[in-house]
Design a protein around this ligand. Structure first.
Ligand code: ZN
Length: 198
């Protein structure tokens, strides 16, 4: 027997399919939403739809943006010869929050994982190599220190080495398996400053 009406169940099911939302949080959210004024719920759904329709990848670094070029890539204050490679936009945001990195980024949207069947062609790696044909002095690999992140870092450094461009890897200190966005700014800065050349 279902405890709730079909429509509530459907909403709970949809919400619990979101990352980080278990059944308990999903039902809490569902009951919260159905009790909110209709206007408020409309604003929320419109914000979701609007973001989904109008946010796309930056032409240069592939972060999520609603412009053709993200604010970082279009800024003249940034050092466009230094590219930090990160796995996702949240990692980029974590480094931006430190306010101490003035280069640009490249967002891979994933990491190589033979176990999950994710190969080099499934992430934005070709796009990175294309950018390196331009004027680039250093590539800082800041993928996570998980098995996938390390595999990706190794793969990228092997690709870049022959080009003569300096390749470095952020220092450990970022705990193994650590998700960059959950690590405090001091640790991130230490990892960046202590980066080692590959
Ligand atoms: Zn960009």
């Amino acid at each position: 027997m279902d405890l709730y009406s079909g429509k509530i169940n459907k909403l709970i099911e949809e919400l619990s399919s979101l990352p980080g939302i278990g059944t308990k949080s999903a039902s809490r959210l569902a009951f919260y939403l159905v009790n909110e004024p209709e206007e408020r719920v409309k604003r929320l759904t419109e914000a979701i739809l609007d973001a989904r329709e109008n946010i796309h990848y930056c032409r240069e670094c592939f972060t999520l943006t609603d412009e053709e070029l993200c604010p970082i890539c279009s800024s003249v204050k940034r050092d466009h010869n230094t590219i930090m490679v990160v796995e996702n936009t949240r990692d980029l945001a974590a480094y931006e929050k430190t306010g101490r990195y003035d280069g640009v980024y490249h967002v891979l949207h994933g990491a190589i994982s033979p176990m999950l069947g994710i190969g080099p062609n499934d992430i934005k790696l070709k796009e990175l190599m294309k950018r390196l044909e331009g004027d680039v002095e250093e590539v800082i690999i800041a993928t996570n220190s998980s098995l996938e992140g390390e595999t990706t870092a190794m793969y990228i450094s092997k690709l870049i080495k022959p080009t003569g461009i300096r390749v470095s890897r952020i220092a450990s200190g970022v705990p193994v398996g650590g998700d960059l966005e959950n690590i405090d700014e001091v640790t991130l800065l230490r990892a960046l400053e202590g980066r080692v050349e590959l």
